[in-house]
Design a protein around this ligand. Structure first.
Ligand code: ADP
Ligand code: ZN
Length: 745
């Protein structure tokens, strides 16, 4: 028999499977990892097929050296998924196969951990005889006494009764009375999570209705749902019930969360309610622990997996359910090669394995909601909060008015008063400030006017220092000089947005001396457990105000929070990205959802220079439908995804000239390519070689070529060719090709 093996080398010439002879004494199956000779070296590979046909001349045929495990590391369903993803991402199968395995497993970098065990080798009678003959009653006798019952014990365990038993055990083994051996163990991460009881809630009508649709699918052929439930509607409880049902049917479930560090609550609930059948995959696991959790899943010992996007590849058998919580989060797009959208991968897995998919969010992505409306997903809506708690009231503060009244600080008088009341009442507050450090947009502080590209409806970006202080559109390249006088109202107070969380913290400290604030942003969460510590400080009540970037808006449940302030809504609205409106709406709604989750009702204050912006209006009324309709229309009119596809070739190099030269070269190549393919050319709406708004990142100079094209098979082919072009690389620069990337910055 022969097998075809994908060798774990990513190179175009090695992309196809190679045929090897299976030695007589060896048994292999598809999905198993093997060591094979490759050139002069030994390489790892994955068996993709067992066959009795040999397509290699006898003198070139070589033998498999050995299997790396005695089971298929990649089950057939994941093999099929890897193949599909490789075709879609235009990359070698070896690359998508890597996604299916814990990274540490490749190259034999982690090893199976073993413990030393001892067990009687003879009958209890014989042990009794030996004991009777031993008159010294030393360690050996004591050990024999314990092991007489024939049960296996670890040396570690034995050491609790007999101090330093090693020597004595060795002697007993030499005498043939006991057997010593090594046994595999799993490094199961300690449950640092407290047990939580099932609270035994009576389900709300919304939860009930959602479950009535979902549960029947779990027994049958599966289904696809978009669960749109307002913040605090109890979506987690719906997943819990669905998971419970999945388990009782003997199937497995995968729960995906945007970022595991931000969901300690969900993790502890799952651990608490499902115990050891739950596996939690998070970034703080050591490589060994990660590998062992993976094996626990592969062996079927763990049947509920909770983790970030890569957990979608968990090797569960009998997949019953995948939940994608907060499905609108951009962390579900993997932007490293091979690129994938976790939601699509989850859908594909469910379709193949008859699983049920639930995408859940209070603010579904435009893409997912559009699909639900088209009928690709069953839409489930939970429009009410649990226990009839009201949605928080949202107040919009016109910052232009504040300026007119002589308040030039970042906090409006209304927000100041509300903060003070909140603290006086012994409650907690959250203040949201957008991420800083990006190039800023330009606006008029008198009337709120923002400089936008006339072609693209995207805020133009001001380049500090760069191209002599020009404003630039990052989609089409239009340039303009920044106005000194507002073209709308003639005002002279033109402002470059850019204040950060630190500024807000200073302002609060001045106003409320002695009140402890916790600040959470990219500066304060750099350390390993930064998130956890800051959140704990807030949860415990020691910190009364949490100030942070958008990372605080996600899925947290703090019952003591009654006030949420969005300090500068305009920052979110005006990011140079076609999705900025979608992101802003999500952000405002999600952060507002943090208020009033306990007994007290909540209050939300949004500060803006654009109080009449429709997105602010939709967010303040928390009207997702109206927002969706307006944004969907805008995307159609302005030809943005899902009506078009955006592609970008990203060029990065530690030397700027190399990046510039590579961009030049690629631009030429792309133009030559489209000249050869008039049918591709016809689909292209815009194509632009440019400096991205983040032009220097992680010590690399960046350039990009952005292409907007109409949806269609020609564009697929064109983008496929560009992926291959990126794969070939260039001298001195790294090139990646992204389709609808999570960020265009
Ligand atoms: P969402 O994820 O939809 O924003 P959560 O799942 O966080 O909402 O639920 C909000 C709160 O309501 C949580 O504290 C949860 O424990 C509680 N909860 C959920 N379902 C019920 C119910 N049926 N009855 C009472 N409380 C509930
Ligand atoms: Zn433009």
């Amino acid at each position: 028999m022969y097998c075809r093996v994908i060798v774990d080398i990513v190179h175009e010439n090695v992309a196809k499977p190679f045929t090897y002879l299976i030695p007589e004494s060896m048994e292999l199956c598809a999905g198993q990892r093997v060591a094979v000779p490759f050139g002069r070296r030994e390489k790892e590979g994955v068996v993709v097929e067992i066959t009795d046909e040999c397509d290699v001349p006898a003198e070139k045929l070589r033998e498999v050296i050995r299997p790396l495990e005695d089971y298929a590391a990649i089950p057939p369903e994941l093999m099929a998924l890897a193949e599909e993803m490789a075709v879609k991402a235009h990359c070698p199968l070896a690359e998508t196969l890597r996604l299916m395995l814990p990274a540490q497993m490749r190259g034999g970098r982690v090893h199976v951990k073993t413990v030393r065990v001892a067990q009687a080798a003879v009958s209890e009678e014989e042990i009794r005889t030996a004991l009777a003959a031993d008159r010294r009653k030393g360690k050996r006798a004591a050990l024999l006494e314990i092991l007489a019952d024939g049960k296996k014990r670890t040396v570690h365990e034995l050491a609790e009764s007999v101090r330093d038993p090693q020597e004595a055990l060795k002697k007993l083994a030499q005498d043939g009375l006991i057997r010593l051996g090594d046994e595999e163990t799993l490094r199961t991460p300690e449950g640092a999570f407290a047990e939580t009881e099932d609270p035994g809630y009576e389900l709300t009508a919304g939860q009930q209705e959602a479950l009535e649709e979902i549960l029947p699918c779990l027994t049958g052929k599966g289904g696809r749902f978009l669960l749109h439930g307002v913040t605090g509607s109890g979506k987690t409880e719906v997943f819990m019930k669905a998971v419970r049902e999945t388990l009782s049917l003997g199937k497995c479930a995968i729960i995906l969360v945007p970022e595991i560090a931000l969901t300690p609550q969900m993790v502890s609930w799952f651990r608490g309610r499902f115990g050891p059948v739950a596996a939690v995959i998070h970034s703080r696991l050591s490589p060994g622990e990660r590998y062992d959790e993976w094996r626990r899943i592969r062996r079927g010992e763990a049947r509920v997996v909770i983790g970030a996007r890569s957990a979608v590849f968990s090797p569960v058998e009998k997949l019953g359910l995948i939940v994608v919580d907060e499905e609108h989060e951009s962390t579900y797009l993997n932007d490293r090669h091979p690129r994938y959208d976790t939601r699509d991968v989850a859908a594909s897995r469910c379709a193949r394995e008859n699983g049920t998919l639930i995408l859940a969010s209070a603010t579904p992505s435009i893409l997912s909601f559009a699909r639900a409306r088209r009928g690709d997903y069953t839409l489930l809506e939970m429009p009410k909060r649990v226990n009839d708690r009201p949605l928080p009231e949202v107040e919009v503060i016109d910052m232009r008015q504040e300026l007119e009244n002589g308040n030039r600080t970042v906090l409006s008088n209304a927000l100041r008063r509300a903060l003070k009341d909140c603290i006086d009442a012994g409650e907690q507050a959250i203040l949201l400030m957008n991420r800083r450090g990006y190039n800023s947009f330009v606006s008029c502080r008198t009337c709120g006017y923002v400089v936008k590209c006339p072609n693209c409806d995207i805020s133009m970006t001001y380049h500090l220092g760069g191209s002599d202080g020009k404003l630039r559109c990052h989609y089409c390249g239009t340039e303009a000089a920044p106005p000194t006088v507002c073209p709308e109202c003639g005002g002279r107070y033109i402002r470059y947005f850019g204040a950060g969380t630190q500024k807000v913290e200073e302002e609060v400290a001045k106003m409320l001396p002695g009140v402890v604030c916790a600040r959470m942003d990219y500066d304060t969460t750099g350390t390993k457990d930064g998130h956890g510590k800051i959140l704990e400080e807030f949860r415990s009540g020691r910190a009364r105000i949490l100030i942070g970037t958008q990372m605080i808006a996600k899925g947290l449940d703090f019952p003591q929070v009654t006030l949420v302030g969005v300090v500068a809504a305009d920052m979110a609205l005006n990011l140079p990205d076609y999705r900025s409106r979608e992101r802003a709406f999500q952000l405002f709604t999600q952060v507002a959802g943090r208020a009033g989750r306990g007994q007290q009702s909540g209050r939300v204050i949004i500060q803006t220079y654009l109080p009449n912006d429709p997105v602010i209006g939709f967010a303040s009324r928390q009207d997702y439908r109206a927002f969706f309709e307006s944004e969907f229309r805008r995307r159609r009119n302005r030809l943005y995804p899902p009506f078009t596809v955006l592609g970008r070739l990203l060029i990065e190099s530690s030397r700027e000239e190399a990046a510039v030269r590579a961009a030049e070269e690629l631009d030429g190549k792309v133009r030559a390519l489209t000249a050869q393919h008039p049918d591709w050319q016809k689909k292209i709406l815009t194509m632009l070689k440019d400096i991205p708004s983040v032009k220097f990142l992680k010590a690399k100079h960046r350039r990009h070529i952005v292409i907007k094209a109409l949806v269609g098979p020609e564009t697929d082919a064109f983008f496929g060719a560009l992926t291959e072009m990126a794969g070939e690389g260039t001298d001195g620069a790294e090139v990646t090709f992204e389709v609808n990337p999570a960020t265009m910055m």
